[in-house]
Design a protein around this ligand. Structure first.
Ligand code: 0O2
Length: 253
C-alpha cells in the first residue's frame, strides 16, 4: 500500500493504523454478511466466532528485527503482513475450506498468499489456515488496498494454539522437551478429534436429509390418503343417499 507522505513517522504511523483498523472493519462486515447468507441457505452457521486485533507495537518491532529490517513505517507496511489480523473460528474442518473459498470469491478481495497448515502442519503441531489478503479502504479522495491476515481454524485447533502460544512466551521459545513432545501429541489428538466430530456431523446431516425426504414422502402419502378418504366418503354418502331414496320410495310404494 502507498501512503501519502506526511511530515513525520508518528503521523504516518497513526494514518497507517487508522487504515488497518478500517480494513478490519471492512472484512468483519463482509464475513458477517457471508455467515448470515450461509445460515439462510443452509440453516447453520459455519462461523462460530470471529476475533480481530491490531498487532502490538512490541510484536511488530520484534518481527522486523527477526527479518533484519530497520524499524520504520515503510518497512512495517511492506514486510509485516499481519499488522491487521482476523481469526475465524469454525466448528468443523470442512467449514474452514468453505469459508476460505467464499472469501477468495469476494470481488474486491485479493488473495496474496495462502499457508495451509492443516494440510501441512508445522513441526510443533500447529494447524490453521492462513490467508494474506488485501481489502480496499475507501477514503474521501483515494482508495487504498490494505493487507490483512486471516487465520481460519476449528475450536479444537484454537484451543491448542492458545495454550501453545502461552507456553511459547512463558519459556521464550525454549520450552522443555517433554512439554513440546506432549503438545505435539495433543495436536495429533486435536486432528483426530476434529475428524471424529466432522464424521459425526456428516452422519447427523445425512439423517436430517433422510428425515426431510421421509417428511416429504409422508406428506405426499398424507395428501393421497386424504384424497382417498374424500373419495370413500363421497362413495358412502352416495350409497346412503341411494338407500335413503330406496327407503323413501319403499315407504311411498
Ligand atoms: P501474534 O502474537 O499472534 O501476532 P509471514 O507472515 O509470512 O511474514 P509469519 O508471521 O511467521 O511470517 O507467518 P505465519 O506462519 O503465517 O504466522 C503468523 C501468525 O500465525 C503468528 O503470528 C501466530 O498468530 C500464528 N502462528 C504461526 N505459527 C504458530 C505456532 O506455531 N503456534 C501458535 N500458537 N501460533 C502460530 P505471531 O506474530 O507469531 O504472533
Amino acid at each position: 500500500m502507498e501512503l501519502p507522505k506526511l511530515y513525520n513517522e508518528t503521523e504516518e504511523w497513526s494514518q497507517a493504523l487508522m487504515l488497518y483498523d478500517a480494513a478490519l472493519k471492512e472484512i468483519n462486515t463482509k464475513l458477517e454478511i457471508l455467515n448470515n447468507e450461509f445460515k439462510l441457505a443452509h440453516q447453520y452457521n459455519p462461523i462460530e466466532h470471529i476475533t480481530s486485533r491490531l498487532k502490538s507495537p512490541k510484536s511488530i518491532a520484534k518481527k522486523l528485527l527477526r527479518y533484519e529490517y530497520e524499524l520504520n513505517v515503510d518497512n512495517i507496511i511492506e514486510h509485516v503482513n499481519d499488522v491487521a489480523g482476523i481469526r475465524i473460528i469454525c466448528s468443523f474442518t470442512s467449514d474452514i475450506y468453505r469459508i476460505a473459498d467464499l472469501i477468495s470469491k469476494l470481488s474486491d478481495i485479493k488473495v496474496i498468499t495462502i499457508k495451509d497448515y492443516i494440510a501441512n502442519p508445522k513441526p510443533n503441531g500447529y494447524t490453521s489456515y492462513h490467508m494474506i489478503v488485501t481489502v480496499p479502504v475507501y477514503l474521501s479522495s483515494v482508495t487504498i488496498d490494505i493487507k490483512v491476515e486471516i487465520q481460519i481454524r476449528t475450536i479444537a485447533m484454537d484451543f491448542w494454539a492458545s495454550l501453545e502460544h502461552k507456553i511459547y512466551y512463558k519459556f521464550e521459545g525454549n520450552a522443555p522437551e517433554h512439554i513440546r513432545k506432549e503438545l505435539k501429541e495433543c495436536s495429533e489428538l486435536v486432528s483426530y478429534l476434529d475428524q471424529r466430530m466432522l464424521s459425526i456431523n456428516e452422519e447427523i446431516q445425512s439423517y436430517s436429509a433422510q428425515q426431510s425426504i421421509e417428511a416429504i414422502v409422508d406428506e405426499e402419502e398424507g395428501k393421497k390418503d386424504t384424497k382417498k378418504d374424500k373419495k370413500e366418503q363421497k362413495k358412502t354418502d352416495k350409497n346412503r343417499m341411494l338407500l335413503g331414496f330406496g327407503a323413501l320410495f319403499g315407504q311411498g310404494g
